[in-house]
Structure formats: structure tokens, C-alpha cells
Write a protein that binds this ligand. Structure first.
Ligand code: PXL
Length: 276
């Protein structure tokens, strides 16, 4: 069984980050080790959330694993709370990167043209540094713009996306996958650029008209999980995009329509089937 380390926060209520990555990756048949950066009462879209920062625990935890000679097949970083935690993530990459360790970075920091409340533009620049030398990065358009100093556009064309991918590639990751890319009306999906050979790939499916928190984390978890289960990156991206769209549709059918997260618990059996 493959083993992944994921470094992100625990938001106790409001499904996202580790409360998505851990159950989803486990269901996908991947042993999931967690490095929790902070414990929050909820994700930061709620008002009055509490935070207990765990920065001072991260390197001691990692040093203990190192002394136990633990091997990770992948390291996946998501929402990190501070500049210091980005530096620690780089250190964790150095400590545990073996020849066969996949480094997968979701530089979570904003959406819809805006940074999340906890962050500023200096943080965005540091996230760009985290991407360097990694295997796969999966920013959304907002995050890609913030990391490359590009003007964010609500309305864009293929040329804009290709140029953004070119700039992302310049950050030094192997494959850049831009999420939330809509190339025609009623469609949404992803577009990627492999810096090894300059090849582009894309996958579009029907846009579901609803925005839920944590769907980026769901996409990333499924994508890295599918790669660890032997799928090519393009197959993994397709599985992740289809599963995320399916889960949003199922959530919309819930009469309570929770605004703080998607009902992935109801769709996990379908994900397991998709991997068979
Ligand atoms: O889903 C990304 C995410 C993760 N963790 C926390 C967040 C967010 C997005 O806002 O607030 C704490």
C-alpha cells in the first residue's frame, strides 16, 4: 500500500483540508499520515473561528518520523497558515524526498480573485517559492495569478490560460495543473502543462452552478490519490474532476444543502468504484 503524508490544518467543523484528505485518501486505499499545522474550530469562512497554532510541533514530529526511517510515496501540502509553515513544508520536503517521492502542492490561499482572510501578497510570493522543484502543483486561477503577478480576470480566453500556465511553469514545478478553468459556456475543468516536454492537456465537464467550500481540497486529494493508485496524471485529473462535480450535484440534492461543505461521504462508494 502506498503511503502519503499530508500537511494542512484540521478545521474541526466545515469539511475541508485534513477532514477531507484523510477520509478520501483512506477510502482510496492509500495510507495517510497527517501533519496538522493548526486546529481551528471551523474553516475561515465562518465568523469567530478559534485557532490553536501547531507550528512549534511540526519539526519535532517530522524528526521523530525520520528517526523511525519512515518512507513517503507522496507528500501533499494544502492550506498552510503562515510564512513560517511554508518554510517548514520546504524542510519536510528535503527531509523525506526519496527518488520515488511525489511532491504535490496545492497552494491554497484564495479564490474568486481574492486572498483568504489570513493571507497577504507576501504570503503569495512565498507559496510561489514552495512550488519550485515539486512534481505537481494544482492552483486555481486566483492562486496562479497571485503567484505569478498576473492580473486576475473573471472572463478570459484560452490564450490567457496558456500564458498563465507558462508563467506557472516558470515557478519550477514539473507539471502545473490549473483548476477551475472554463473554456466554454456551461463547462469547467482543468488545463495542465508538463514542463518536461511543453505538452498541454485539458479536461472539461459540465459546470454545476454551485460553489461549496472544500471542493478544491476534494479535487486535490482525489487527484493525488489516483496517481498513487497507478493512474496517469491525466487520468487522475479526469477522475478527480468528475468525482468533484458528481459530489457537488449530490450535495445540491440534499434538502439541507449545507453551505459549509460537500456531502462527499455519500459519494465515496462511487469513487471507490471509479478506481476498480
Ligand atoms: O479549503 C481550503 C481551506 C482549508 N483550511 C482552512 C480554510 C480554507 C479555506 O478557506 O479556511 C482553515
Amino acid at each position: 500500500m502506498k503511503r502519503i503524508l499530508t500537511m494542512q490544518d484540521i478545521s474541526c467543523l466545515g469539511k475541508c483540508s485534513i477532514t477531507i484528505a484523510l477520509p478520501v485518501l483512506s477510502a482510496m486505499g492509500v495510507e495517510t499520515v497527517i501533519l496538522p499545522t493548526a486546529v481551528l474550530s471551523t474553516h475561515t469562512m465562518f465568523k469567530n473561528f478559534t485557532v490553536k497554532d501547531l507550528t512549534d510541533q511540526l519539526l519535532p514530529i517530522a524528526a521523530h518520523w525520520k528517526s523511525e526511517n519512515v518512507h513517503f510515496d507522496a507528500i501533499y501540502t494544502g492550506y498552510l497558515g503562515s510564512a513560517e509553515e511554508i518554510e517548514i513544508a520546504k524542510r519536510v520536503f528535503e527531509m523525506f524526498r526519496d527518488k520515488d517521492t511525489l511532491l504535490f502542492v496545492d497552494p491554497v490561499m484564495g479564490d474568486n480573485g481574492k486572498l483568504y482572510p489570513a493571507f497577504d501578497t507576501a504570503y503569495a510570493a512565498l507559496n510561489a517559492g514552495l512550488c519550485k522543484g515539486t512534481d505537481i502543483i494544482v492552483p486555481n486561477i486566483t492562486e496562479a495569478c497571485l503567484m505569478t503577478g498576473t492580473e486576475y480576470r473573471e472572463v478570459y480566453d484560452r490564450e490567457y490560460v496558456v500564458s498563465l500556465l507558462g508563467k506557472l511553469s516558470g515557478l519550477g514545478a514539473g507539471v502545473s495543473v490549473l483548476t477551475g478553468v472554463s473554456l466554454s459556456p456551461g463547462k469547467t475543468g482543468v488545463m495542465g502543462l508538463d514542463s518536461a516536454n511543453g505538452s498541454l492537456f485539458e479536461y472539461q465537464n459540465d459546470r454545476v452552478d454551485a460553489a461549496y467550500h472544500g471542493t478544491g481540497d476534494l479535487f486535490s486529494s482525489v487527484c493525488v490519490g489516483a496517481v498513487l493508485r497507478g493512474r496517469t496524471l491525466q487520468e487522475a485529473v479526469q477522475i478527480a474532476a468528475d468525482y468533484t462535480a458528481h459530489t457537488i450535484r449530490v450535495t445540491l440534492e440534499n434538502p439541507e444543502k449545507p453551505w459549509y461543505g460537500v456531502d462527499f461521504e455519500r459519494t465515496l462508494p462511487d469513487l471507490i468504484d471509479a478506481l476498480r
